[in-house]
Write a protein that binds this ligand. Structure first.
Ligand code: AHR
Length: 515
């Protein structure tokens, strides 16, 4: 295996020297082994700012077109990118959420303070029934995150029973009393969130034991099989992964990982729209760090679980900037530019490449919070550049990942020629109908990149593509100009004698279809 890898790498290098071209790629179309789970393209909706309230939920009496209180425009937009799963209710909110407050007649539900996010009143009008209705309208799988930090084992156990049990029981009967006869199906179940921080400030040892205890009582009712995801590491806390794998191992089906791209520091993260090239470079360089994190956490997981039965789940990823000036600092509302599209494209290529271990991931968050795919303002809605990356990458859902070897040209740090990152990121897959898709990101904001790809034994007679690019890296969509950054047809790719040649515009995300 290693020798094969070395030989291919040497072959790629020789090819580079000989042809003196920029980016060299070899597509190993016959070596596809792992499926890119569509759940890598998951989303996240927390009771935070205007994600749930205003973003998804407007209430049945709203003049904004809705179905049982849920915005029709948002549902349509998310259906168009086939979102495979939706994580809820947090985030940090999950570990202070008591699900029983969010069932029954809405006007009788107790109110609470959302202490994490702006100290606002949470009236619990969006609860379990509303969330699962949203998932049904979207045709997406729910990913519910239970409360370990401030909730009891009994409370979590009863939540699973309430949602998924079909027989005669106190919780199933309560669900029926609240208007839902048949149980829902729920697969993805988070046992706490960030339990090293907002989810209880625990040590890895302590949380491992708690995970085991809580998870024991999250039962599989009937044919509903839970896929339990343990609260995982913060960024590079490899000890957390080590302890969880050692102590819990395959009693969990997934282990989460949280990593956000922050351009500057946590105290001053940088603006979403106003940044110079040095800050842009730092942002993209920090994005590439995801590859190292996934690789190193995977190495630890391989040690305890060589058969890869436990999924690494980066269930919070994306860019985190300073909030938009004048908005509530606790609402995490930020604009979304072409830079965010580059960030999304690189992260998704990384997850595709690691699909043997990464089988679920969730961008944070879906609407109006952090790296959103949708922004709303009352009855208005816009699709961000990040949305269009999810649109382009839909082709990878459940396709077979095709290994590639890539030698990329470098994008150099402004003012320091000796520091650089790869200018081009890529991943490839073959779908059920035999079409091959390649997604490429050129993060270089100043230069077009030419990619030459040896297609090996794969022969294609037809090539088409779509691209997302813009004049300036901080271009974005506004409610006044919602289509400033949007996808377009891409015609700068051709195939000659088994070699695919592509001219990637500067700062672009491109999807190619070969058949
Ligand atoms: O996504 C915002 C917050 O970031 C989440 O609530 C938390 O899990 C993370 O720290």
């Amino acid at each position: 295996m290693k020798i094969k890898f070395l030989l291919t790498t040497v072959a790629v290098m020789v090819l580079c020297i000989n042809l003196n071209a920029q980016n060299k790629m070899v597509l190993n179309a016959e070596q596809g082994k792992y499926q890119i789970s569509k759940h890598i393209y998951g989303h996240f909706s927390e009771h935070l700012g205007n994600c749930i309230y205003g973003g998804f939920w407007v209430g049945e009496d709203s003049p904004i077109p809705n179905t049982r209180g849920i915005r029709n425009d948002v549902v349509k937009a998310l259906k168009d990118i086939s979102i495979p799963n939706l994580r809820w209710p947090g985030g940090c909110f999950a570990d202070e959420y008591h699900w029983m407050d969010g069932i029954g007649p809405r006007d009788q539900r107790p109110k609470m303070v959302n202490t994490h996010w702006g100290g606002v009143v949470e009236d619990n009008s969006f609860g379990t029934h509303e969330f699962l209705d949203l998932c049904e309208q979207l045709g997406t799988e729910p990913y519910i995150c239970g409360n370990v930090g401030s909730g009891s084992v009994e409370e979590m156990s009863k939540w699973v029973e309430y949602i998924t049990f079909d027989g005669e029981s106190p919780m199933a009967n309560l669900r029926r009393q609240n208007g839902r006869d048949k149980p829902w199906k729920v697969k993805f179940w988070g046992v706490g969130n960030e339990n090293w921080g907002c989810g209880g400030n625990m040590t890895a040892n302590f949380y491992s034991d708690l995970y085991s205890r809580y998870a024991t009582y999250c039962r599989n009712y009937g044919d509903n099989q839970l896929f339990k995801i343990a609260g995982g590491a913060n960024t590079d806390d490899y000890n957390w992964t080590e302890v969880l794998m050692k102590q819990v191992g395959t009693r969990m089906q997934g282990l989460s990982l949280h990593y956000y791209t922050v351009p500057k520091t946590w105290a001053d993260k940088g603006s979403a729209t106003q940044f110079d090239e040095a800050e842009y470079y730092a942002t993209i360089s920090n994005t590439y760090r995801m590859d190292e994190l996934v690789t190193r956490h995977s190495v630890i997981m391989d040690k305890y679980d060589p058969q890869k039965r436990v999924t690494l789940a980066p269930d919070e990823w994306g860019a985190w900037y300073n909030v938009e000036p004048g908005t509530n600092p606790g609402f995490l509302y930020q604009q979304n530019t072409m830079r965010d599209a580059i960030i999304a494209g690189i992260n998704l290529n990384i997850f595709n490449q690691h699909c043997d271990r990464v089988k679920i991931a969730n961008i944070a968050q879906t609407v109006n919070v952090l790296q959103s795919v949708i922004l709303t303002d009352n009855d208005k809605m816009l699709l961000t550049p990040t949305y269009w990356v999810f649109y382009l990458y839909k082709v990878h859902h459940d396709a077979t990942m095709l290994p590639i070897h890539f030698v990329s040209n470098k994008y150099k740090m402004p003012g320091n020629n000796s520091v650089n990152i790869d200018a081009v990121s890529a991943s490839a897959s073959r779908d059920a109908s035999g079409k091959v898709h390649i997604t490429l990101v050129n993060c270089d904001p100043n230069n077009e990149q030419t990619v030459e790809c040896d297609l090996g034994k794969f022969t294609a007679s037809n090539i088409s593509g779509k691209a997302l690019t813009s004049a300036k890296i901080n271009d974005h969509n506004t409610f006044e100009n919602p289509n400033n950054v949007t996808v377009m047809d891409f015609n700068s790719a051709s195939i000659n004698d088994g070699t695919l040649s592509v001219k990637l515009p500067s700062k672009s995300v491109v999807m190619l279809e070969l058949q």
